[in-house]
Design a binder for this molecule. Structure first.
Ligand code: BDR
Ligand code: CA
Length: 310
C-alpha cells in the first residue's frame, strides 16, 4: 500500500521538482499539501501549492494554508532572487482554479494524523512552523505520527543562508528546535547530503527531452534558481537538489546512510538556525534524529528523472 504523506511546503523551484516527483510516485499517497512562508510569502506559496496539485490532475488533494510568520521571531524579508518574486522563477503563472480548504495547515495535520494513527509521514520541505504548531496545539499527535522526514539543517558542512545555517531551519529556528525534540522518529535530509546531489545542465537537457506538464513547468521556472546557484556558488547552471532529495528518501531510504544523534538548534544571534549534532552526548538528554550523512547521488538523480519522464 502506498505510504500516506503530507508535504509541508513553500513552493519554490526545488519544492516544485519535489512535489511533481512525489505525485508521480506510486509508492507515495500525497494526502495533502500544507503551505508555509519561506521561499515567498504565504499567499504566494499557497497559490503555488494549488497550482501544483492542479498541474497534472491531482485537484482532489487538499491544500491547507499555513502560517505567515515564524513562531516567535520576526519574519525576515523574502529572498526573491532565489526562487523569483512569485516562487516560480518570475514566470507570473496564471491563478489556480481551486482554493485552500478552510482548515489551517496545523489543523489539517492534526486531523489527518488522528484519522490515520501511525500511518502518516510528515514531509516538511520549508520552515517548520506548521509542524511545531501542530505539535504544540495537540501534543498527543507525536505518538501517532509515523515519522517526520524533513529537508533542512547541516551538521557537517557550512550553511547556505548564513555561514552556519540552512535556510529552512534559519527561518524558524524555534520551530525547528521543537521538531528536533518530537517523540516520533525524525529524519533530517540536510545539506550534508542535498549538496552532494547535483542536477547539471546536461541532466536537465535529458529531463527536458520528455515534454509533459511537470518537465515543461520545471524548464520554465528553473533559470532564476540556476542563476542564484551560479552567483552564490559558481555552479555554472547546476543546482543542489534539496527538497527532491527528501522525496527520494521517502521513496527509497536505501539511497541514504543515516546516523542517529541528538540535534540542537541555535535560536538567536549570529548562529541562528545552526544545527549541531551532539555526537558525544555532552549536552542535555534529547531524543535522537536520524541524520542523513551519505547519499547515492546518482541513484537519487536517476530516480527523480525516471519519475518525471515516465
Ligand atoms: C531549502 O531552502 C529553500 O530555498 C529550498 O526550497 C529548500 O527547501 C534549502 O536550503
Ligand atoms: Ca522548500
Amino acid at each position: 500500500m502506498a505510504q500516506k504523506i503530507i508535504i509541508d511546503t513553500d513552493p519554490g523551484v526545488d519544492d516544485t521538482i519535489a512535489i511533481t516527483t512525489a505525485l508521480r510516485s506510486p509508492e507515495l499517497e500525497v494526502v495533502g499539501l500544507t503551505s508555509i512562508f519561506g521561499n515567498a510569502v504565504i499567499e504566494t506559496t499557497t497559490q503555488n501549492a494549488l497550482r501544483l496539485v492542479e498541474l497534472e490532475g491531482h485537484d482532489s488533494i487538499p491544500v491547507a494554508r499555513g502560517s505567515e510568520v515564524p513562531l516567535l521571531m520576526e519574519l525576515e524579508s523574502i529572498a526573491s532572487d532565489v526562487h523569483g518574486r512569485d516562487g516560480m522563477g518570475n514566470t507570473n503563472p496564471p491563478p489556480p482554479k481551486g482554493k485552500a480548504i478552510e482548515k489551517s495547515a496545523a489543523e489539517f495535520i492534526i486531523d489527518t494524523v488522528r484519522a490515520y494513527p501511525g500511518e502518516v509521514i510528515l514531509a516538511p520541505v520549508g520552515p517548520l512552523t506548521n509542524i511545531a504548531l501542530a505539535l504544540e496545539i495537540d501534543p498527543g499527535i507525536a505518538s501517532l505520527i509515523k515519522k517526520i522526514v524533513l529537508m533542512g539543517g547541516a551538521v557537517s558542512i557550512a550553511g547556505n543562508i548564513s555561514p552556519v545555517a540552512e535556510a529552512n531551519i534559519y527561518h524558524d529556528a524555534h520551530a525547528a528546535d521543537i521538531v528536533m525534540q518530537a517523540s516520533c522518529p525524525v529524519v533530517m535530509v540536510g545539506l550534508d547530503v542535498t549538496e552532494q546531489v547535483i542536477m547539471t545542465p546536461q541532466y536537465f537537457a535529458e529531463l527536458f527531452k520528455v515534454e509533459n506538464p511537470a518537465t515543461n513547468l520545471i524548464k520554465r521556472i528553473l533559470p532564476v534558481y540556476q542563476e542564484y546557484h551560479d552567483r552564490f556558488r559558481g555552479m555554472g547552471g547546476s543546482i543542489h537538489t534539496h527538497d527532491p532529495s527528501a522525496i527520494a528518501y521517502l521513496i527509497d531510504p536505501g539511497l541514504f546512510k543515516t546516523q542517529s544523534v541528538p540535534v540542537f538548534v541555535e535560536t538567536e544571534g549570529h548562529c541562528q538556525g545552526k544545527t549541531t549534532a551532539d555526537w558525544h552526548k555532552q549536552w542535555e538528554n534529547r531524543v535522537e534524529t536520524e541524520v542523513c550523512m551519505e547519499v547515492d547521488s546518482s541513484g537519487v538523480l536517476d530516480l527523480i528523472k525516471e519519475r518525471l519522464t515516465k
